[in-house]
Write a protein that binds this ligand. Structure first.
Ligand code: ZN
Length: 502
C-alpha cells in the first residue's frame, strides 16, 4: 500500500496542517498583543477569522471521520503511539462535529458582543448591565453541554475541553478536601497577628532593569532564549508557536517588583513545557501538552515552588539588591521572603497569595457548575458570590468590580477552565515533592543558581510524553501516587509554619 493511500498517514497529514494553520493564528495573535499598530485591528480580525475557518473546515471535513474509522477498524491494531494520536483526534473530532454550526456561530457572536459589555460593566461595577449577557451565554453553554452529551453533570463536557478525565464530582471531592485542609492554616496565620512589611516591594524599579533581571532569571531556570523571546504586553501570556519558537510576555510597572518578576517565572514555566515537547511529534497529539491544568502545573512549579523559595532567593537576592539598590539595598533575606510570601485575604484572584488563591478558584468552580446545571440563576450571581466569598475568605466583597465581575472568562464563554488553576497547584506540589526526593541536594543547587536538574526531571517525566497519558495517569506514573491534596497541604504547612513562626 502506498504512503498516500495509508489512512493513518493521511489523517496525520491533515491534523498537522490544522496545527500549522493554528500556529499561524497564534503568531498573528502574539503580534496583535505586542507590536501591531492599533489601526491594524480590523484587518487582523479578518486574517484570524479566515485562518480559524480554514482550520475548522479542514478538521471537521467528513473525510477526517472516514479516515479515523478506517484506522480504528483497520486490519492491524494500531501501535501504542498511533493509539494515543487516534484517541485524541477522535475525542476532538467528536467534540467539534457534535456542535451545530448555528450554536458555534451564536456563541462566537454573543461573546464578541458580551466582552466589551463586561469591560464596561466592570469599570462601572454595574452587574445589572452585564446580567442579560451572562444569562444568554449560560443558556448557550447549557445548550453546548447538551449537544456534547453528558451522564452525571452537564458541567462535565465543558471541563473536558480543558482537563480531559476530570468531572464535576471528581473536582468537587478534591476541592472540598483542599478547602478543609487550608482553612486551619489560613486561620492560624491570621491569628498569629504577624503582618509582614511589604513596603519595599513597591518603590523604584526601573523597567529596563526589571526586563534584564527577569530575563536573566528565566534563562537561569532554563528558558531557552535561542528558541524563545520575552516581550512586553498589557495582559501577559505564553504562546508556543512551534518547535524552536516559544514566546513569553510580561507587563511591567516601574514601581512594582512582583508583578513582572513572578509573572515572567510563571510564563517561563509554561514556555519551558512547550520547549520540552518532542519536536518529532509536532502537529500530532504526542507533541502536545496534556491539558490546561498540567500546563499550569509547570508554570506554578517555577513561579511558586522554586521562585518563592528560600534557596532561590539565597542566590537571587544579592543580584536583586545590585539591580534595585534604591528599593532593596538594605532588605534582608528573611524580610524579603516574608514579604513576597505574605498571606492575607484579598478580593482579586490574580493578586492572591499561594494559600487563598485556591479558595478564589474553588468559589468560581462552585458557582459556574451551579450556573451550568441550572441551579443558579445568572441574575443571582453577585449575591451567591458575595455570600460564598464571606464563608471562604471571611471578608465582605465591597463591590462587583472586586467581586463577580473581576474575571474575563465568563464573558468570553469560558466555563470549566477555572478548576485547572487549582489542579495546576495540586499537580505541581506532587511533581515537585517527587523531584525533591529523586534529586539529592536540590535546594543547595538552587542556592547556587543551578536549576538544570529540576528541568531535566520535568523534561524526562512530563514534557517528553506529550499527550501519551491523561493528566491523572501522568501524575501517577511520574510520582507513584494518584493525585491527592496531601502534598500541596504538606508543602504549604511546612513553608508557612516556618515563615510565620506558627
Ligand atoms: Zn498560567
Amino acid at each position: 500500500m502506498s504512503q498516500a493511500a495509508n489512512p493513518y498517514s493521511r489523517l496525520m497529514g491533515i491534523y498537522r496542517e490544522v496545527a500549522l494553520l493554528e500556529s499561524c493564528s497564534s503568531l498573528l495573535q502574539w503580534d496583535q498583543e505586542t507590536f501591531m499598530p492599533g489601526r491594524g485591528v480590523d484587518h487582523r480580525a479578518e486574517q484570524l477569522a479566515l485562518l480559524a475557518g480554514l482550520a475548522h473546515r479542514r478538521f471537521t471535513d467528513p473525510l477526517v471521520g472516514e479516515l479515523l474509522a478506517a484506522c480504528e477498524n483497520g486490519p492491524a491494531a494500531p501501535g501504542p503511539a498511533e493509539s494515543v494520536n487516534l484517541r485524541e483526534i477522535r475525542r476532538k473530532y467528536d467534540k467539534k462535529t457534535r456542535l451545530p454550526c448555528r450554536l458555534v456561530e451564536e456563541l462566537a457572536q454573543t461573546t464578541t458582543q458580551a466582552h466589551p459589555a463586561w469591560v464596561e460593566a466592570r469599570k462601572k461595577s454595574d452587574f445589572g448591565s452585564f446580567s442579560p449577557w451572562l444569562k444568554k451565554i449560560v443558556a448557550l453553554k447549557r445548550e453546548q453541554a447538551q449537544a456534547l452529551g453528558w451522564q452525571d453533570s452537564p458541567y462535565d463536557p465543558l471541563v473536558d475541553d480543558f482537563e480531559p478525565g476530570e468531572t464535576e464530582s471528581s473536582l468537587s471531592a478534591i476541592f472540598s478536601e483542599l478547602c478543609r485542609g487550608l482553612a486551619p492554616l489560613i486561620e492560624k496565620i491570621a491569628d498569629s497577628g504577624r503582618d509582614p512589611d511589604t513596603s519595599f516591594l513597591s518603590g523604584i524599579y526601573p523597567v529596563k532593569r526589571q526586563q534584564e533581571f527577569g530575563r536573566d532569571a528565566a534563562a537561569a531556570c532554563g528558558f531557552d532564549f535561542s528558541s524563545g523571546r520575552l516581550d512586553e504586553v498589557v495582559h501577559p501570556f505564553c504562546t508556543g508557536i512551534g518547535p524552536g519558537d516559544t514566546r513569553i510576555t510580561a507587563s511591567f510597572d516601574s514601581s512594582d517588583f512582583c508583578r513582572a518578576f513572578f509573572g515572567i517565572l510563571h510564563e517561563a514555566g509554561h514556555g519551558m513545557y512547550d520547549q520540552g515537547l518532542d519536536p518529532e511529534h509536532y502537529g500530532a497529539p504526542l507533541g502536545e501538552a496534556v491539558s490546561v491544568g498540567l500546563h499550569e502545573s509547570q508554570s506554578r512549579i517555577w513561579e511558586n515552588f522554586v521562585g518563592l523559595s528560600r534557596p532561590f532567593w539565597e542566590h537571587f537576592l544579592p543580584r536583586a539588591r545590585a539591580a534595585f539598590p534604591e528599593a532593596l539595598g538594605r532588605v534582608s533575606l528573611d524580610s524579603f521572603l516574608r514579604a513576597v510570601n505574605r498571606v492575607a485575604p484579598s478580593f482579586i484572584r490574580i493578586e492572591a497569595d499561594e494559600l487563598t488563591y485556591n479558595l478564589h478558584v474553588i468559589l468560581r468552580f462552585e458557582l459556574e457548575s451551579l450556573l451550568i446545571s441550572g441551579e443558579l440563576d445568572p441574575a443571582e450571581v453577585p449575591a451567591a458570590w458575595n455570600e460564598r466569598f464571606r464563608q471562604l475568605l471571611g471578608v465582605e466583597v465591597p463591590d462587583d468590580r472586586r467581586g463577580c465581575l473581576q474575571d474575563t472568562h465568563w464573558s468570553n464563554g469560558i466555563f470549566g477552565y477555572f478548576p485547572t488553576y487549582c489542579l495546576g497547584n495540586l499537580y505541581a506540589a506532587q511533581f515537585f515533592a517527587k523531584a525533591r526526593r529523586d534529586i539529592p541536594g536540590l535546594d543547595s543547587s538552587f542556592a547556587r543558581g543551578s536549576f538544570s536538574d529540576l528541568l531535566a526531571w520535568l523534561r524526562e517525566n512530563i514534557h517528553c510524553h506529550g499527550m501519551r497519558f491523561r493528566a491523572g495517569e501522568l501524575v501517577e506514573k511520574a510520582t507513584g501516587k494518584p493525585l491527592s491534596t496531601e502534598l500541596l497541604l504538606a508543602y504549604l504547612q511546612e513553608k508557612y509554619t516556618a515563615l510565620y513562626n506558627l
